[in-house]
Design a protein around this ligand. Structure first.
Ligand SMILES: [Zn+2]
Ligand SMILES: [Zn+2]
Length: 322
C-alpha cells in the first residue's frame, strides 16, 4: 500500500516535470469560475477517468443552472482531450493499435468543443450548452469504449486491486464492477439517488412541494436514459403511518421520467416504496425513498439566495408539469 503510494507520488513528480507548460498554463480570459484543481493524467485510463468525471460535473452544473462554472470543467476536458491520443500511443496504454487514430481524433475534437460550450455557458444559453455537451459526451464515449476494461469489487475489499475479467470478489462475493462505471453517484435533480442491484442502472427519485413524485433513470455510467422501457408500482405514506396508499406511476410525455401524484392526505415527512421492473427477466426491485421535504436542485457552496431561487424555479417547473 505504502509502496503504491510511493509510486503514485513518484509518478506525480515525473508528471509535473514532464508537463510543466501544461500545468503552468492558466486560462484567464474569464474572471468567473475558479480553475479546478486536477493532475494532468499520465496514462490513457486516467485520462478517460478524468474526462468522465468532468462530464459528470458539467451535467450537474447544468442541472443546477450554474452555467458560469462550466468553463473551469470544460477547460480540464480541453487539456486532457488534447493529450488522449498521445497517451493512447504509449506501449502499455492497452488501446488497440488500430484504434489510436480514432482515439486521437475524438480527443482533439473533444478539446475543440471548449470554445463552443464556453460561449454558450457564458451567455446563459442552457439549450445551447446542452447541445454542445451532448456532442462532448458522445466523444467521451468514444474514448471510453477504447479504454481497456478492468474490474474491482464495488466495496473495495482488496483496495485498489483490479482484475482483467468480470467475476466475483473473493472476499465478499459481490460481482466485480467495471472501474470506469459508477464514477458518480450524486443526484442530478437534488433527489434521492440509488444504484440498482443489477449494477447496470441508477435511479433518482425527486418530490415537489405539491408532492409530485418522479423517477429518473441512468445507465451504469450515470448517463440519463429514457424511462419508457421501465414500469413501476408504488405506495406512499406519511412517515411512521401503517397504511400506504397506492401511487400510480406513468410515463412523462417526454419519456425522461416516470411520474405520479402522491395522495393529498399524505404529508411530509413521507415514505414512498417503489417496485421497479427493469424488464430484464428478473423480479421487480424494491426501493425505499424517504423525503423529509421537497427536493431541491443541487447547489454548491452558493449563498442562501441562490438556493431559494432554485427552489422557486423547481416549484414553478412542477406547476407547469415540466
Ligand atoms: Zn468485495
Ligand atoms: Zn453506480
Amino acid at each position: 500500500m505504502d509502496f503504491k503510494r510511493g509510486i503514485l507520488s513518484l509518478s506525480l513528480v515525473i508528471c509535473i516535470s514532464v508537463f510543466p507548460p501544461v500545468l503552468a498554463q492558466q486560462h484567464d480570459e474569464h474572471e468567473h469560475g475558479a480553475p479546478v484543481e486536477f493532475k494532468m493524467p499520465t496514462t490513457y485510463k486516467a485520462a478517460v477517468r478524468e474526462v468522465c468525471l468532468r462530464l459528470h460535473e458539467i451535467e450537474e452544473l447544468m442541472a443546477s443552472k450554474k452555467l458560469d462554472q462550466v468553463h473551469a470543467q470544460a477547460d480540464v476536458i480541453r487539456k486532457v482531450g488534447d493529450v488522449a491520443g498521445q497517451l493512447a500511443l504509449k506501449p502499455d496504454s492497452g488501446v488497440a493499435r488500430n484504434a489510436i487514430k480514432e482515439v486521437n481524433k475524438a480527443g482533439r475534437e473533444l478539446a475543440s468543443q471548449f470554445d463552443a460550450i464556453d460561449k454558450a455557458a457564458d451567455s446563459g444559453d442552457a439549450a445551447g450548452t446542452r447541445k454542445v455537451f451532448e456532442e462532448m459526451r458522445r466523444l467521451g464515449d468514444v474514448l471510453r469504449e477504447h479504454c481497456p476494461r478492468d474490474y474491482a469489487c464495488p466495496m473495495r475489499c482488496e483496495g485498489d486491486k483490479t482484475y482483467p475479467k468480470p467475476g466475483e470478489c473473493p472476499k465478499c462475493k459481490m460481482k466485480l464492477q467495471d472501474t470506469l462505471s459508477h464514477l458518480d453517484h450524486s443526484p442530478k435533480h437534488g433527489g434521492v439517488f440509488f444504484m440498482a442491484p443489477d449494477q447496470k442502472h441508477h435511479l433518482e427519485g425527486t418530490i415537489s412541494k405539491k408532492r409530485e413524485f418522479r423517477i429518473h433513470f441512468y445507465d451504469e455510467y450515470t448517463k440519463p436514459i429514457s424511462a419508457e422501457r421501465f414500469t413501476a408500482e408504488a405506495t406512499a405514506r406519511s412517515a411512521g403511518k401503517d397504511d400506504g396508499k397506492p401511487l400510480t406511476m406513468r410515463l412523462a410525455p417526454d419519456k425522461t421520467f416516470l411520474v405520479g401524484q402522491v395522495d393529498p392526505s399524505i404529508r411530509f415527512p413521507l415514505e414512498i416504496k417503489v417496485f421497479i421492473d427493469f424488464k430484464d427477466g428478473e423480479r421487480p426491485q424494491v426501493f425505499d425513498f424517504d423525503f423529509a421535504g421537497a427536493s431541491k436542485p443541487p447547489s454548491r457552496g452558493e449563498g442562501v439566495r441562490e438556493v431559494q431561487r432554485d427552489g422557486k424555479r423547481t416549484e414553478a417547473d412542477a406547476k407547469r408539469g415540466h
